[in-house]
Every structure is written in structure tokens, then in C-alpha cells.
Design a protein around this ligand. Structure first.
Ligand SMILES: N[C@@H](CCC(=O)N[C@@H](CS)C(=O)NCC(=O)O)C(=O)O
Length: 180
């Protein structure tokens, strides 16, 4: 899909400019502006809505459609990362900013424990939800990259192999480059 990435410097407060607040009054990224769906363009301001919409548009295996276990498993694992790993990690970030050290530690531990437990998903499969790369891998790679310095990689060989394989994918490289 043709698109243009517009990076914002959150530390410089670019998410609070009047132009950006007109797009997302909550002043949060990411935001997707869909020029193809009418004027004014439809604005999506929830990362997971954006992911699900784009996966649907992309077809292929990101959201499997076969009438077997692969589709429900991809959803199950996708939501595992969204709710059990990413959400507590975000909470720990906000607790840290509030100076609530005990809460931060608790939430960080909860997020990391869930993430490390998910290595079992890779016991008999190359990807988080089976034989193909799905939305579950996209949700997982974003948070594994963010928490990579807290992971004892020697103790998690399957996770290490999966992370190296996924990070080498051209699409993932392009996505990660948006954060440079
Ligand atoms: N539930 C929202 C959360 C968005 C969110 O919290 N974004 C953070 C970055 S990960 C942000 O824009 N923070 C800037 C700020 O709060 O000023 C989503 O998943 O899109």
C-alpha cells in the first residue's frame, strides 16, 4: 500500500502541536490517515485497529483465513502480546514517570514474565502462531525489541532464533526504520 511516514519527536512535544491534536485530540501516536476512504480522510488513532485494518488489506497470511486452527491461534497470540505483555509494559512506563518505583517494577516483571513464557509458542513452530508470519509476530517483535536489554538471551534460544529471523525480514526492517 502506498504510504508516507511522518515521524514525530515525542520528546520535543510534537504530538501536542495544534495540527497533530486536530488529528488525534489525545496527542498520541500512531495515527493513520486514510486518504483512500473519502474526504476528509478517515483517521485511525489506535495502533491495534491500524494493524488489523492493514493486515486485512494486505491479504496473505498476516490474518490467516483458512478454516483450521491457524486463524483463531493468530488472534489468540496477537491479543496475548497486546494485553499480557505490551499493556503492562506501557503501565510500567507511566508509573516510572510518576515516580512510583514499586509499581513500575511490578508491571515490568509482569510484562517480562509473560513475554518469556511465550517462548513455548515456538516449541514446534517457527513463528508465534504456527507455520507462517502473522500479526502475532508483529505485536511480539515490537515489544521484544523494546525489552531486548532485559532479556537473558542465552537462556532463551528459541526466542533468540525467532527474533533474529523476524528482524531480518525486509518488511520488519522497513517498519523498524521508521523509529530511527
Ligand atoms: N492505546 C494507544 C496508545 C497510544 C500511546 O500511548 N502512544 C504513546 C507512544 S507508545 C504516545 O503517543 N505517547 C506520547 C504522549 O503521551 O505524550 C495505541 O495503542 O495506539
Amino acid at each position: 500500500m502506498a504510504h508516507r511516514v511522518v515521524p514525530l519527536d515525542l520528546r520535543a512535544g510534537q504530538q501536542r502541536t495544534p495540527d497533530f491534536l486536530a488529528l488525534n485530540p489525545r496527542g498520541k501516536v500512531p495515527v493513520l490517515r486514510l486518504h483512500s476512504l473519502g474526504a476528509p480522510p478517515l483517521v485511525l488513532a489506535q495502533s491495534n485497529a491500524i494493524l488489523l485494518y492493514l493486515a486485512q488489506q494486505a491479504g496473505g497470511t498476516l490474518l490467516p483465513r483458512e478454516n483450521n486452527a491457524s486463524a483463531p491461534l493468530a488472534f489468540e497470540r496477537f491479543f496475548f502480546y497486546v494485553t499480557d505483555v505490551i499493556a503492562p509494559s506501557h503501565t510500567s512506563f507511566f508509573l516510572k514517570n510518576e515516580g512510583c518505583e514499586e509499581g513500575r517494577r511490578l508491571m515490568e516483571r509482569r510484562s517480562l514474565d509473560a513475554l518469556l513464557a511465550s517462548e513455548t509458542f515456538l516449541e514446534n513452530a517457527p513463528f508465534m502462531a504456527g507455520q507462517s508470519f502473522t500479526l502475532a509476530d508483529i505485536a511480539a517483535v515490537s515489544i521484544v525489541a523494546a525489552l531486548s536489554s532485559s532479556i537473558d538471551w542465552a537462556q532463551h534460544p528459541r526466542l533468540r532464533r525467532w527474533f533474529a529471523d523476524v528482524m531480518a525480514r525486509p518488511g520488519v526492517r522497513r517498519g523498524m526504520a521508521a523509529f530511527d
